[in-house]
Design a binder for this molecule. Structure first.
Ligand SMILES: [Fe+2]
Ligand SMILES: [Fe+2]
Length: 357
């Protein structure tokens, strides 16, 4: 297959995936402006971990108890694994079958931002550990981390296999559907126990540099969640096969989400095995993850098997997750709510009437 083959169909008439491949990367007219908007928003969030001052974290880390150090380091190890997969898998699995320029561009942007996350973990670990390699070398020894990694990889592996050898188009669409659902659950649920712990440390005025980096990561993951949710909805709207598949696979998808939620709860148990931390314990984190999991499932029209409260069981986490929409001037340090290029371009002269310069 050639890397550039002129499409017979207009790029405005193709399906998102598994249609003729993209020829020209053009964004003048796009089939899905929502996807294009998400890419622009994500690009506006560009950040580098080195911009965040984490020098005080080293002193804080040395003062943590052994079980607090266990919580901190284990969470980083697990996030390293999640982002190692996401920094590569969307490009390997979704990109080869993307058929629209804005979707192809989104997937590359998505994976690129995951690589920033991966780089930020090395930055954090280098700062607090004299031998950072020891952390990386031992992370796959943790059973809970390995299990989580294998579960995510399965859906990507299935899709990659079908991309290369599927003979039945419906089966190929089925593996795409399950993989997109798995990516949605990863982006929307799998990080949140770790996020809550990082922010709980910062609520106690400890490891604040780390918490700030995690806030940037959470802002990106929220964008990725919005993108996978949008793609799922568009896939349903443009192709009746996916409506059929969504009904046929509903139980399997509910099981997938439930397993993700249960794995997060297991993770909370592992983190707190030697002691919890102020403001958090296994029960409250489990309630939080069920609450967030149900929110994600309902957003996709899925039934949620858990009984959850209306209110967020950890309301203080919201100030760490929000902030992406607020525009303030950047000062000397990185401000987490600053969006580069996030300005409106649709001003016309009438809107400026009455203003004298
Ligand atoms: Fe990430
Ligand atoms: Fe992500």
């Amino acid at each position: 297959m050639s890397i550039l083959k002129k499409s017979k169909k207009s790029h405005l008439l193709k399906n998102m995936f598994l249609d003729e491949s993209v020829d020209i990367q053009r964004f003048d007219l796009v089939k899905y402006p929502q996807i294009e908007k998400i890419t622009e928003k994500q690009l506006g969030f560009f950040w580098r971990p080195e911009e965040v001052d984490i020098s005080k974290d080293k002193k804080d880390f040395d003062g943590l108890t052994e079980h607090e150090k266990h919580i901190f380091t284990s969470n980083l190890k697990r996030q390293i694994l999640l982002d190692s997969v996401q920094g590569r898998a969307p490009n390997l699995a979704f990109l080869p079958i993307a058929s629209l320029p804005e979707v192809e561009n989104w997937i590359e942007t998505w994976s690129f931002f995951e690589t920033i996350h991966s780089r930020s973990y090395t930055h954090i670990i280098r700062n607090v550990y004299p031998d950072p390699s020891a952390v990386f070398d031992t992370m796959l020894d943790v059973k809970e981390i390995l299990e989580c990694g294998n579960d995510i990889a399965t859906y990507y592996d299935d899709l990659i296999k079908d991309n290369n050898s599927a003979t039945n188009k419906m089966d190929h669409k089925r593996s795409l559907w399950m993989c997109m659902m798995s990516a949605n659950a990863l982006e929307g649920i799998r990080f949140y126990v770790s996020f809550a712990c990082s922010w709980a440390f910062a609520e106690l005025k400890k490891m604040e540099g780390n918490a700030k980096i995690i806030k940037f990561i959470a802002r990106d993951e929220n964008t990725h969640l919005a993108a996978t949710t949008t793609m799922i909805k568009k896939m349903l709207a443009e192709d009746k096969d996916f409506v059929k598949i969504s009904k046929e696979k509903e139980d399997e998808v509910v099981k997938l989400f439930t397993k993700v939620i249960e794995q997060e709860k297991e993770w909370a148990k592992y983190l707190f095995k030697d002691g919890s931390m102020i403001g958090l314990n296994e029960t409250i984190l489990s309630n939080y993850i069920e609450w967030i999991g149900c929110k994600r499932m309902r957003a996709l029209g899925l039934p949620c098997p858990y009984t959850v409260s209306k209110m967020n069981p950890l309301p203080w986490t919201e100030k760490w997750i929000g902030g992406g929409n607020v525009q303030v001037a950047p000062q000397e340090t990185e401000i987490s709510s600053y969006v580069v290029g996030g300005v409106k371009q649709d001003m016309d002269e009438n809107k400026l009437a009455g203003l004298s310069l």
